[in-house]
Design a protein around this ligand. Structure first.
Ligand SMILES: N[C@@H](CCC[C@H](N)C(=O)O)C(=O)O
Length: 270
């Protein structure tokens, strides 16, 4: 079978997008791994498939897979790409698109080449956890912004031990059974942070992680009383923006703004 795909990226976090409205493509873990293979496939951090919204709660639905073939509940950078993809393949011409994810309904607003998404409210906030790692105890913070994230503050993101501490925290029993994504956050100035993310399901550092950027900004807001919006520089060099409405320790509205770019389209035999 010949599979048509579109390659996109959001701040360097790259995805293969498929129009699977008909349900003709069976996205097995093996097929996702093959498509995402950077040597033998198209190459990407994940695969996103457009689906009709069976529940009627939104305009469309998606399936999201990490490059290892695992399903994830949500993806911030992927959500912005998905919004532009729906425009291209369905002719969607409204200013806002709502689509269903495992984490809940996400709203996307088109702003030229950028997209702002409204995420589901964060859950499972746990501040000041101390984890006994091999290198000694480390203080970090947990928050779920659609998928689980650990956030730890470092003096210099360039020097952060992402490759060593990332997998250790990602698989730590505190976050069992499905583990967590891990963000290393440097405060650059008030309202401006830099984030490097070790991603679950990619099992490595990506150039950006939208839900990780959001998690890092919200934890920064809680710990350091930083007001909305917060600018976040990612490893790929882009700057994303996180805006929120906070009531006490609760975030009632959370938005992520950033780029979503088409790179190429093609076909592959599966
Ligand atoms: N890159 C994404 C997050 C994708 C899911 C994540 N790897 C997980 O399995 O939790 C983003 O931009 O948010």
């Amino acid at each position: 079978m010949e599979l048509r795909f579109w390659k996109m990226n959001g701040a360097g976090n790259d995805f293969i997008l498929l129009d699977n409205r008909s349900g003709a493509v069976q996205l097995t873990p093996a097929l996702v791994q093959r498509l995402c293979d950077r040597h033998r496939g198209v190459g990407a951090d994940g695969v996103i498939a457009l689906r009709p919204c069976a529940s009627g709660r939104a305009d469309w639905s998606w399936e999201f897979y990490n490059s290892d073939g695992s399903c994830a509940e949500m993806c911030g950078n992927g959500a912005r790409c998905f919004a532009r993809f729906v425009q291209r393949v369905t002719g969607w011409d409204r200013p806002v698109l709502r689509f269903e994810t495992v984490a809940g309904v996400v709203e996307a607003r088109y702003e030229g080449r950028e997209v702002t998404i409204r995420l589901t409210p964060p859950t499972d906030v746990r501040l000041r956890l101390v984890l006994p790692l091999q290198s000694g105890p480390v203080e970090l913070h947990a928050i779920n912004t659609g998928v689980p994230h650990a956030v730890l503050f470092v003096p210099d993101a360039d020097q952060a031990a992402v490759g060593r501490m990332g997998p250790e925290i990602r698989w730590h029993p505190t976050f069992a059974p499905r583990g967590t994504n891990v963000n290393f956050v440097q405060i650059l100035e008030p309202g401006h942070i830099r984030v490097r993310t070790f991603e679950r399901g990619v099992e490595g550092e990506t150039l950006a992680c939208g839900t990780g950027v959001t998690a890092s900004a919200l934890v920064t807001a809680l710990l350091y009383e930083v007001p909305s919006p917060i600018r976040v520089r990612v490893q790929g060099g882009d700057t994303l923006r996180v805006a929120f409405r906070r009531v006490g320790d609760q975030f009632e509205e959370v938005y992520l703004t950033g780029p979503a770019e088409f790179v190429f389209e093609g076909t592959i035999q599966i």
